[in-house]
Design a protein around this ligand. Structure first.
Ligand code: FMN
Length: 462
């Protein structure tokens, strides 16, 4: 029997020190080069050498200013600022690679759906079907106020809006053009094969047609990271890949199992099956030739973590100003309109898994709340196997600490170990990102996906 295979994304952001606060000072970190194409094309080539499914680019379009009610700590420590647009380097990376996919974050709260559909269709054409969309609803007040709103839309309403947003883009991507609309004989396009979507809703009115002929995948591969009640429901309906975190290492297998059981139940409501969705937790591998070397490296990385920068990151994620909390107290589950799961993940009824404010901040500063795996390549592979086979994970977002060294080490040492064990591809089978995730031949949305069933006019064809 073939062993369960894992999927891998390289996870970063177009910023100097995106997920490890203070690590921009580390001598091996080349994050200050993130404004150059060479930085990105080299990274893409490294990931493709490691047969990664995709480069996953996170994004925020605001500054982290919840901590101390100020943007100073975020600016001083380059906490996801500078924040370059993640879409714009993708064409160059696609040119430098053949198969690597690109899962790019964009906010369903701020970009108009008509415009987002156009951007992603363009990129799906340019990459020959290698584009994914990480659908986020965004959590920073600083994004809202700079993008024309008076404040952050409340958490659950952001998901209501996103539901309608998805209806609009599905109609544009899946319904507006027939596959054979471009004829190029006496007419370039056969106008009878292109239709306006006539969408009228509570949040969006989009009367017109999609501006772009069908790309290879039509709808990009859809990722989402909902962990709250509303987030999980949204993910079960729409996502083909779900991102998650399991930072309580001792409890990670049980956490994953519970998360997957919950998602599976929800999937059934939407006529979908467990295998229609890949569950992808993020991990931070710290790799050494020996265990001792790996732990020494962890300590060295930790020495670069900046407390205020890390607190700025966690305060932005959670929506709670950590400067107002006593560092020696346990983290409490405070109400939040930002990422609800961020705070919950540092709180627990179980005394073994409780975090003090200080520990949570410092941990978040290195990992963003993902599990750290420290050891030799073989020990790292052991842990990934446990999370995959016992926990049920389908793959992993590999987080960087220093870029590109974190990815290069993983590709050069852990990937061969995974391949030796027969749990990871030695070559790509398909060409498109959806095929990397869902199997050769599965280029477009599956027939049981809501987006494939929705019709112009609103009805769903079962
Ligand atoms: C691995 C991972 C990556 C994420 N990347 C982004 C991102 O790039 N931009 C963003 O605005 N939110 C990002 N999020 C946040 C999610 O989109 C979502 O807001 C978060 O999981 C909270 O959802 P919840 O309130 O339903 O729990 C990410 C979450 C996870 C777990």
């Amino acid at each position: 029997m073939t062993k369960k295979q894992i999927h891998l994304n390289g996870f970063t952001q177009n910023s100097a020190s995106p997920h490890a606060a203070g690590l921009w000072r580390h001598p091996e970190h080349q994050g200050k080069e993130h404004g150059t194409l060479a930085y990105w094309t080299n990274l893409a080539k490294t990931l493709e050498r490691g047969k990664f499914d995709a480069l996953f680019l996170a994004d925020v379009i605001g500054v982290y200013d919840v901590y101390q009610g100020s943007n100073q700590a975020a600016l001083a420590q380059a906490v996801q600022v500078p924040a370059h647009d993640p879409l714009l380097a993708v064409s160059a990376m696609a040119q430098a690679t053949e198969k690597l996919g690109f899962a790019i974050t964009a906010s369903a709260t701020y970009i108009q759906p008509y415009q987002l559909a156009r951007q992603y269709s363009t990129l799906d054409h340019l990459t020959n079907g290698r584009i994914g969309w990480n659908i986020v609803t965004s959590y920073l007040e600083s994004e809202a106020v700079n993008l024309g709103l008076s404040g952050l839309i409340p958490h659950d309403e952001r998901y209501d809006r996103a539901e309608e947003y998805l209806d609009v883009v599905y109609k544009l991507w899946e319904q507006s053009w027939d596959d054979d609309a471009v004829v190029q004989d006496t007419q370039y396009i056969d106008p009878t094969k292109v239709r306006e979507i006539a969408h009228e809703g509570k949040y969006f009115n989009v009367p017109g047609l999609h501006l772009i002929e069908p790309s290879k995948q039509r709808t990009p591969l859809l990722f989402q990271a909902g962990s709250s009640e509303r987030g999980r429901e949204f993910a079960a309906k729409h996502a083909e890949g779900i991102f998650t975190n399991t930072q309580n290492q001792k409890n990670a297998v049980a956490e994953l199992q519970a998360f997957i059981a919950d998602i599976t139940e929800r999937l059934h409501k939407y006529g979908r099956k467990r295998e229609d969705v890949k569950i992808i937790p993020a991990v931070v591998p710290i790799i050494g030739a020996t265990e001792e070397e790996a732990y020494a490296k962890l300590e060295e990385y930790k020495s670069y973590v900046d407390y205020d920068g890390a607190a700025a990151l966690l305060s932005g994620h959670s929506g709670v100003d950590f400067s107002k909390l006593d560092p020696d107290q346990y983290v409490e589950n405070l109400p939040s309109q930002a990422m609800q799961s961020r705070l919950q993940s540092y709180t627990s009824d179980n005394v073994d898994y409780r975090w003090t404010v200080r520990d949570a901040v410092l941990y978040h500063g290195l990992t963003n709340g993902s599990e750290v795996i420290v050891g030799t390549p073989s020990q790292i592979a052991d842990r990934l196997e446990v999370l995959s086979q016992e926990g049920g994970a389908d793959g992993f977002n590999i987080r960087q600490v220093v870029n590109p060294a974190s990815f290069e080490e993983f590709v050069d040492t852990v990937v061969p170990e995974l391949q030796k064990r027969g749990i990871y591809r030695t070559d790509y089978e398909g060409d498109t990102l959806r095929e990397h995730y869902l199997g050769q031949g599965q280029v477009r949305l599956k027939d049981n996906h809501y987006g494939k069933q929705l019709r112009i006019g609103g009805e769903v064809h079962a």
